[in-house]
Every structure is written in C-alpha cells, then in structure tokens.
Design a protein around this ligand. Structure first.
Ligand code: PXL
Length: 275
C-alpha cells in the first residue's frame, strides 16, 4: 500500500487542511500519515478562532519515524504557520524525501490577499520551500506573493505561461496554477513541466459559487492520484474534476453550509474517477 505523509494544521471545523487531506487521501486507497502543525477551533476565516501551536512536536515525530524506518511515496505540505514550520518542512524533505515525490501547496493567500497572520517575509521564506519541491500548486494570488509581482485578475494565456516559468525558476520542476479562468464560464488549472518544457491546461465549467478549502482538496487529490500511478496531467484533471463535483454536490443541497464543500458525498465520484 502506498503511503503519503502530509504536514498541515487541524482546523476542527472548517473542512480544510487535515480534515480534508486525511479522508481524501484515504478514500483514494492510500495511507495518510500526518504531521499536525497546530490545532485551531476553526479555519482562520471565522472570527475568534482558538489556536494551539504544535511546532515542538514536529521534530520528535520525525525522529521517531526515522527510528522506525518509515518511508513515504510522497510528502505533501499544506498550510504552515511560521518560519520554524517552514524549516521543519524542509527537514522533512531532507530526511524522508530522497526519491520521493515532494508536493508543496503554498497555502497563504487568495483573492489578492494574504490570509490572516501571513506577511510578505513569510511568502519569501515559502519560496525557499517551493524550491525544494517537485511540484507546487499555488493559486494566482500565492504565485504573485511568491514572485513579488502584482496580482491581477486581467490576464491571458501568455501571462499564465510566463508566471509558470517564473515559478519553476524558483527550483521546482513542475508548477500548477489553480483557479485559472481563460474562457468565460470555465475554471481550471494550468500546469508546466520545466524539464520537458511542456504546458498543459485543463478546465471545467465554473460552478456558481466558490468555497474555502477547495485548494486543499485539489492538492490532496493531485497527491493521491500521482501516488496511485496517474501521470501528472491525469492527476491534474482528476483534481479539477473532483473539486468541481464537490462544489456541485454542495450546491445541490438546500441550506448547504458556506464554510466548506460537501466533499464527503462526492467521494464515490472520486473513487470511480480514479478507476
Ligand atoms: O485552506 C487553507 C487553510 C488551512 N488552514 C487554515 C486556514 C486556511 C485558510 O484560511 O485558515 C487554518
């Protein structure tokens, strides 16, 4: 059985980070080992969330794993909350990442703005972690902060390709920009493999609403699909299709919640889509 180690927080309510990574990866038939970086009562879009930092646990967890001789088919980092956690993620890559797929989702911003608590200095340090990854999957806002370029919603295909080339120039082999819309009513992901110098774009019909946590579902699905032997392109398509299905299932439900998607009832679709 394949095994992924993922490092991100637990937001107890919010359907993001570990509360989606675990079920999504597990449902893809892959073992999910976790390094929880913090416990929050909710994700940071709610007011008054509690926060308990677990940074001091991370090194002891990795030391124990090393002693037990565990290895992983992929390492996947999501929302990380401090410079120290970025250093520990780099350590995870150094200690367990030889010949292992390393995926960094540089969670820190959306819609032109950094999430609560993040700074431009943090974005700059995140860039160094991205350099150590095989694949990174920022949205356009995160890409703008990583590259220190202005965020824009007015872009064309040439712009997206240029951003992707700049992202891989940070040191990662592949970059995928999520949430890209090149055609009215469509939404997708634009990917670049710098080694082969090939681009790849996949889009689906855009759903009527956007939800928090879909980036984490997207990255978890990409990671699971790659570990299950799908090509990079196939994995990008599966991740886009699954997120679209999650939003679709959510919107079908009367009085659906607004803080996260109904990915749970879309899981049969994912298993089927995986083949
Ligand atoms: O989905 C990204 C994410 C993960 N974890 C926490 C968050 C967010 C986004 O806001 O607040 C705690």
């Amino acid at each position: 059985m394949k095994r992924i180690a993922t490092m991100q927080d637990i937001s107890c309510v919010g359907k993001c980070s570990l509360t989606v990574a675990l079920p999504v990866i597990s449902s893809m038939g892959v073992e999910a080992a976790v390094i929880p970086t913090a416990v929050l009562s909710t994700h940071t879009m709610f007011k008054g969330f509690t926060f308990h930092d677990l940074t001091s646990e991370i090194q002891p967890i990795m030391d124990h794993w090393k002693k037990e001789g565990f290895d992983f088919d992929a390492l996947y980092t999501g929302y990380l909350g401090s410079f120290e956690q970025l250093d520990l993620a780099a350590k995870l890559f150094a200690d367990f990442g030889k010949d292992t797929l390393k995926i960094v989702d540089p969670c820190m911003a959306d819609n032109g703005k950094l999430y609560a608590g993040f700074t431009e200095e943090f974005a700059s340090a995140m860039k160094d972690l991205c350099a150590k990854a095989d694949i990174i999957c920022p949205n356009l806002t995160e890409a703008s902060f990583l590259l220190k370029i202005p965020y824009t919603t007015e872009y064309d295909e040439a712009y997206v390709q240029d951003v992707l080339k700049q992202l891989t120039a940070l040191g990662t082999r592949k970059a995928v920009l999520t949430g890209i819309s090149l055609n009215e009513g469509k939404l997708g992901a634009y990917a670049y493999d710098s080694k082969d110098d090939t681009f790849f774009y996949y889009e689906t019909d855009e759903e009527a609403e956007h939800f928090h946590g879909t980036g984490d579902i997207w990255a978890s699905t990409l990671c699971g699909a790659m570990v299950r032997g799908k090509t990079f392109e196939e994995a990008v398509c599966i991740a886009c299709d699954f997120v679209k299905e999650c939003i679709h299932v959510t919107l079908e439900e009367e009085n659906h919640n607004t803080y996260g998607v109904n990915f749970e009832q879309a899981i049969p679709y994912l298993i089927n889509r995986l083949g």
